[in-house]
Design a protein around this ligand. Structure first.
Ligand code: FES
Ligand code: FES
Length: 179
């Protein structure tokens, strides 16, 4: 039995301890907003936040997250109440498909919440683990920069994390891919 804290709710998973976190979220807890792309830690589509930091849930066994704070895209906003990142993506034309966007939002949300800068290169580095096969990333980066500025306008940043920090479970970018 694994005790979880997901989006502020205590949950219990009774299956095998090495079940992938993404499967527990989607299949056992019904949180289908988290998407599976590659299933191999390469694309970032499955990104969720673990104690506020982006991780790739396709690589994380559920036993490793017992008692830790997990946040999924369902906690990042709703159609009626978009988060600052979602609103910025919408306004900047940075929202992509339903597979890559949830992971992008989670990585960007972590960046904004932790006091990341509105610096384009720093944002590209922060989102380096999240791939979209269809875009040049320009609008996404613009949106995150806008979200940083908007969040700062609304409230003081809670902390700052070093520029260039990537998800703990890092994804490699395919050779030759530029963003
Ligand atoms: S589905 Fe997890 S990194 Fe691609
Ligand atoms: S992978 Fe989602 S739009 Fe490219």
């Amino acid at each position: 039995m694994t005790r979880l804290l997901v989006n502020g709710r205590r949950r219990v998973f009774r299956g095998p301890p090495f079940t992938r976190l993404i499967d527990v979220l989607r299949e056992d807890l019904g949180l289908t907003g988290t998407k599976e792309g590659c299933g191999e830690g390469e694309c970032g589509a499955c990104t969720v936040l673990l104690d506020g930091e982006p991780v790739m849930s396709c690589l994380v066994p559920v036993c490793q997250v017992e008692g830790r704070r997990i946040e999924t895209i369902e906690a990042a906003g709703s159609p009626e109440r978009l988060s600052v990142v979602q609103q910025a993506l919408l306004e900047s034309g940075g929202a992509q498909c339903g597979i890559c966007t949830p992971g992008m939002v989670m990585a960007a949300w972590s960046w904004v919440r932790s006091g990341g800068k509105a610096d384009r290169e720093a944002i590209r580095t922060a989102l380096a683990g999240n791939l979209c096969r269809c875009t040049g990333y320009g609008h996404i980066v613009d949106a995150v920069a806008h979200a940083v500025r908007e969040a700062a306008r609304r409230e003081k940043p809670r902390g700052r994390r070093p520029a260039g920090r990537r998800p703990k479970t890092t994804a490699r970018r395919p050779k030759g891919r530029t963003r």
